[in-house]
Design a protein around this ligand. Structure first.
Ligand code: ADP
Ligand code: F6P
Length: 447
């Protein structure tokens, strides 16, 4: 069996990593063994001239550092101030600066240089996410001929957003250098096909096989899952003091998201405000816990969303709180996974309301954490990739505060029978299509 080499922007070097991409890949590598290459997180000194290896029980990790200049242009700049907003439908937040694109190309070329001495002819290389679109093309320039796959964890945009990028045809050429391109949802695959049709040179050969910019490759959907079994166990074992219902006596709603403008947190707060305004009987009976750890703080759009979120939470609490009750509790820190699992289990409603999202693993974690005999209700945005398979959730339009407030009221009143019926269908899917299923399907297709 050939060796698996995974490359992602973020490489977990600590003991207890969290986050969807990291958990998913760790699991895949534990099963097959191999090598995982990525950024160490260090960006104060020089860009590494060679990979630094960390031996592990099941697989090897190899890290590189970035200089402040490379970090600014490749990570903060092109990845998170151009690609991230464009691919999430927020072209208004793009900051196009020529140095960002140059830095993005330069760092991807440099990662290819760092990899070359460590590659074997029959490796299978699996590249992750939008920070690394050009990597296959850089490896091919260095005569790498082995199978190279790509998985996009975030949405692929339609032609209008693609056309707003400074280099739409270059993006399609980068994609064409892979042998297999994986998307989270059918929506993304269709957007990709349509964007390529309008802006590039594509023809459908047969089924999933396409010819793009003169190369033949496969484009398929592989919806990512979570490590369902271990998350269920973690939630069942959550300690009593991690639980909320007993602490507050109120029905709890929970939101868990990086504080990102794509997650729809202010929209969620406004809908909650509407719920309280329209249902005075719910005052002191319902409480909302929003856990939103910081992310990409050096990018100005993230500072703005923090301000907006904190301003709204303060305003709503000021208007509705009583001496005994705080309607919104907001935590701006990461919290340990076992605690998170316990909090999900105790929340009667899970609020997952992104304006755009590749999959959204929080939706799956919330379902996995529930007590099957008395489960909570998932309220899910139709713009999360998860909505394609999690149709038994209450599916909402996050832009419409009336619809969202109505779904909150419906979830609060939902009978135990209906909650169990919806939850068992959701759980079946989360169990069957877990992270092992995802990586096995992908790797089987990569060959
Ligand atoms: P994204 O990849 O855009 O951040 P996902 O919902 O797919 O969104 O994945 C987020 C992951 O990060 C989930 O596994 C979630 O549990 C984890 N996470 C989010 N917020 C926190 C937090 N405050 N503490 C710990 N883990 C968190
Ligand atoms: O899932 C999308 C993603 O961008 C991953 O690539 C990334 O690991 C995660 O979100 C968190 O973002 P960041 O690595 O920029 O903190």
């Amino acid at each position: 069996m050939s060796r698996l080499v995974v490359v992602s922007n973020r490489l977990p070097l600590g003991d207890n990593p969290s986050g969807g991409l990291v958990v998913a890949l760790q699991d895949a590598l534990r099963q097959s063994g191999g090598l995982w290459i990525g950024f160490s997180g260090e960006h104060e000194g020089m860009t590494s001239t060679q990979l630094v290896f960390h031996e592990g029980a099941a697989f090897q990790r190899a890290a590189f550092d970035l200089s402040p200049e490379d970090y600014d242009s490749y990570y903060l700049g092109f990845s998170n101030s151009v690609l991230w907003p464009a691919l999430h439908g927020r072209t208004d937040l793009m900051r196009i600066v020529p140095e960002y694109l140059e830095g993005y190309r330069r760092v991807n070329a440099h990662i290819a240089d760092l990899m070359i001495p460590h590659l074997r002819e029959d490796d299978r290389i699996w590249v992750q996410d939008y920070q690394l679109f050009p990597l296959a093309s850089e490896l091919r320039k260095r005569s790498v001929t082995c199978r190279i796959g790509f998985f996009l964890h975030i949405p692929f945009p339609g032609p209008a957003e693609c056309a707003a990028l400074p280099n739409p045809t270059e993006l399609l050429d980068w994609v064409s250098e892979y042998d297999l391109v994986g998307f989270q949802a059918e929506r993304d695959r269709l957007n990709f096909m349509e964007s390529a049709r309008q802006l590039g040179d594509i023809e459908q050969v047969e089924g999933d096989v396409i010819r793009l910019s003169g190369r033949t490759l496969q484009a398929r959907v592989f919806p990512i899952g979570i490590d369902t079994a271990s998350f269920m166990t973690e939630a069942r074992n959550a300690r009593e003091e991690d639980r909320m219902r007993s602490l507050t006596g109120a029905q709890m709603m929970i939101g868990v998201d990086r504080l990102d403008y794509s997650k729809g947190i202010p929209q969620r707060f406004r809908a909650f405000q509407l719920l309280l305004e329209n249902n005075p009987d719910l005052l002191e009976k319902v409480a909302f816990l929003q856990i939103a750890p910081p992310t990409r703080k050096a990018v100005s759009a993230y500072r703005d969303i923090r301000e907006e979120t904190e301003h709204l939470a303060g305003r709503i609490n000021g208007e509705f709180a009583t001496v005994n009750w705080t309607p919104i509790r907001y935590i701006h820190r990461p919290i340990p996974r076992h605690e998170l699992a316990g909090l999900y289990r105790q929340a009667r409603i899970g609020l997952v309301t992104p304006l755009a999202d590749g999959m959204n693993l929080v939706a799956k974690e919330y379902v996995a954490a529930q007590d099957v005999s008395d489960p909570g209700v998932l309220i899910l945005s139709r713009f999360a990739g998860a909505a394609e398979t999690m149709q038994e959730a209450l599916i909402i339009n996050p832009h419409d505060p009336w619809e969202l407030a109505e779904a909150m009221a419906q979830a609060i009143q939902m009978s135990a029978n209906e909650r169990r019926r919806r939850h068992s269908a959701l759980l079946r899917d989360v169990v069957e299509h877990d992270v092992n299923w995802w990586s096995s399907e992908y790797l089987a297709a990569l060959g």
